[in-house]
Structure formats: C-alpha cells, structure tokens
Design a protein around this ligand. Structure first.
Ligand code: KG4
Ligand code: ZN
Length: 385
C-alpha cells in the first residue's frame, strides 16, 4: 500500500541493526513493535533469544516540526500524521531488519496510555498485520515499554527500581518482571517533562522546552530564587509540580535581562532535579528493605537532562544502588521498547485478544491506582497513567 507518506513534514531516524546485548533465557522470538501514543510514529523489530536482546531495526518518525508552531502536541494533527506514516515507517523497519513479515513470531503495539486517536492507529495497524499473517498480538502498555527500555542498551536483570520521567509520565516503579510491576509513587498533577515544557513556554522558549531550558540554564545561577518545594512533609513517593510551575511562570514575567532568564532556568532545573531526587530517595529506602540487589534505572526524555542525571547518579551512589540510564535513543519514545515488552509477553504466553481496545488512560499497576483516592479514574486529579 502506498500511503503517500510525506517525510518532509518531520524527521525520521533509523538505527542500524544492533549487537546482541542482554543475556536472557528465551527461544528466539522476533517481534514487530509499533508506537503511536504521542508525537512519534515508530516501528522496530527486536529479537529476544538465549543470546540476549537484539534490536534488528528501529525507525522513529518525529512530528515535532508539525506541532512546534502550537507550542505543544495537537492531538488531531498527531493522529492524522500517524495514519499517513505508519505503513511507510513499518515497511522501513522491516526492510532495515532484512526480514519479510513471514519471519515474525508476533506483533506488539502500544494500546495506551496516550492520545487515543494516535494509539488507535498503531493498534489497528498491528491488528491488521496479526490477522493477515496469523500472528499473536500483544497489546503493550506504553509505560511497560519504558520500564523494559534499559534492557535494550545493557544487560539489565530484574528486579530494579525505576524512575520514569517523561513529558507524560512521572512515576517510581518496582519492576520485578514483565507484567509484574508495582507503582511506588506518581505525580498528582503534571509530569516532570510537562513542567519543563510549560515553564519554558512561559519563558518564551521553544517546544519541546526541556532541552531549551537546559541550554539557557548553563549560563545561569539560580541561587537568588526561592522556588516552592511541594509535598515536603509527606512520607510517600508522590510528585507535584504545579506550584513550581505557577511560581516560575510568575517570576518569568519579572525577568528583564537574558541573565535573569538564565538564572531562573537554572533555579527551575535544580528544583525539578531536587524533587525527583527527594522522592526517589524515599523509594530507595523502601526498596532496599525488600531487595538485596540494588539497581536503579532512570528512563524517559527528562533523563536526558544532565543536572537531573547527575543528581540521581549521586543519590544512587550514596544509597549503594547501581545507576543505569538507557541510551538516549531508547530513553525517549521508540518502538524497540514496545517490541521487547511484546516479546517478553509472548515468551510468557501473555497474548492479547484481537478485539483489545485502545485506552487513553491505563495505569500500569491498576490495583494501586484504583485503591489510591488521589488518583481517581477521571477528574482533575486523575493521574494520566
Ligand atoms: O520520553 P519522551 O520523549 O516523551 C514522552 O513520553 O513524553 O519525553 C519528552 C519530554 C519532554 O517534556 C521534553 O521537554 C523532556 O522530555 N526533555 C527534557 C530534556 N530532553 C527532553 N527535559 C529536560 N532537559 C532535557 N535535556
Ligand atoms: Zn513515553
């Protein structure tokens, strides 16, 4: 099928076939993964075998250029672009892997959480491939993909403590294995990346704001700003960034010089890093009571921030945790992580029905999410994931 895909409206990145990295017992499963939950149309082929995890191809088409003018992701534009790109991106991934569809053992697609119009595109496409080729379908939770993403880049054995920090999510998870994860904390309002993006927007920086704010902060000294510290007295591992966002946005109005703006950017970055570290420290103390193997993984786009990374690395060292962050290409949204989660699910026999639905909200740890009154299924305070 020729979709008339227009690559000029975004950027497409393809990763060459990777080396075998992870030693995991398995029987050699080759899985196509599809990711369309936000503003990246991605497809990847991953092989899970006795020799480990091998990324045969990973293609990511970013829509950032199409959304930049609006200062954020526009769901309708995203969904339309996924429709236009999904077939071409998938074919490119299959070609780069050097495989035909008959070589696949299964198809995995993100089924939520995310912008539902986009999720439906990837999931429907995955169902079509599964039906046409008589393959098992694995509906993958996007967060589960991020949770396994470290296994794409380095040998990473379960269990581990995970901090997932992206534009849509901010969670601490105890990851014991595929389909076996508990949430230790989540945000009660914005995600950390969302805070970076919204504050950057208030400061007149471009989209996505996180990288722009980090660049500006490099020449700043935020010590003269006293930004609020949320939920300090609480003992849980939840996050809140809305107070910081409001305070920083107000301060942005008072900045007169470029140096003022750089100082504010530095203060914001350090405040976000500090909150991430404070909650992660609580989670580490709880985790260390149960596990002797201490591995801490940070994943998601915000893990690209050097201040955040250094702060967390220091924290891990202080508490005797080994620190691991996936390579950037697997930190931000990609389909290799979805394919790997799908392959691990297939290995365990966790296959989905073909009528599985796309879910805009889908907590990874459903028991914890519904037991916690702060995170109702709907309403202003409903956690996005
Ligand atoms: O994981 P990701 O690509 O997509 C989501 O699943 O959300 O994360 C994107 C988020 C954006 O909010 C972006 O501003 C943030 O990660 N981000 C950063 C940096 N690079 C990306 N935030 C702070 N500093 C950075 N260098
Ligand atoms: Zn993501």
């Amino acid at each position: 099928m020729n979709t008339g895909a227009d690559y000029s409206r975004g950027t497409t990145q393809a990763t060459e076939p990777g080396e075998v990295r992870n030693v995991t017992p398995g029987h050699g499963l080759t899985v196509l993964g599809l990711e369309t939950s936000c503003d990246e149309t991605a497809a990847a082929v991953v092989r899970l075998s006795d020799d480990g995890v091998e990324v045969l191809s990973s293609v990511i088409h970013s829509q950032i250029d199409a959304h930049a003018a609006y200062g954020g992701v526009v769901p309708e534009i995203a969904a339309r672009s996924h429709v236009e790109m999904i077939d071409a991106v998938t074919r490119q991934a299959m070609k780069a892997a050097g495989l035909g569809f008959e070589a696949l053992d299964g198809v995995a697609a993100t089924a939520g959480p995310g912008l539902v119009g986009g999720v439906m595109v990837g999931l429907s496409y995955g169902k079509a491939v599964a039906l046409a080729r008589d393959l098992p379908l694995m509906a993958v939770n996007h967060l589960e993909g991020h949770a396994v993403s470290a296994r794409l880049g380095a040998e990473t054995r379960y269990p581990f403590l995970l901090l997932l920090v992206s534009g849509g999510h901010c969670q601490l998870l105890e990851v014991r294995g595929i389909g076996d994860m508990s949430r230790l904390g989540t945000t009660i309002d914005d995600a950390a990346g969302e805070a970076f993006d919204k504050i950057a927007k208030a400061m007149g920086l471009g989209y996505p704001g996180g990288p722009a704010l980090e660049k500006l902060a490099a020449s700043g000294d935020g010590s003269r700003f006293d930004l609020p510290r949320a939920l300090l007295g609480r003992k849980d591992c939840d996050f809140s960034f809305s107070g910081l966002k409001t305070a920083a946005s107000r301060l942005a109005q008072t900045c007169e010089t470029e140096q003022d703006r750089a100082d504010l950017a530095d203060a914001v970055q350090k405040a976000i890093a500090r909150q991430l570290a404070e909650r992660t420290e609580r989670a580490m103390l709880a985790y260390a009571e149960v596990h002797t193997e201490r591995l801490f993984v940070v994943a998601g786009g915000v893990a690209a921030n050097q201040t955040v990374r250094r702060t967390l690395e220091d924290l891990a060292a202080r508490h005797g945790f080994r620190f691991l962050a996936p390579p950037m290409v697997y930190c931000t949204d990609n389909a290799a992580m979805i394919a790997l989660a799908g392959a691990e699910r297939l290995e365990k026999g966790l296959v989905s029905n073909i009528d599985v639905i796309a879910r805009p909200r889908w907590p990874l740890d459903e028991a914890r999410a519904s037991a916690d009154p702060v995170h109702k299924k709907s309403g202003r305070k409903g956690a996005k994931a």
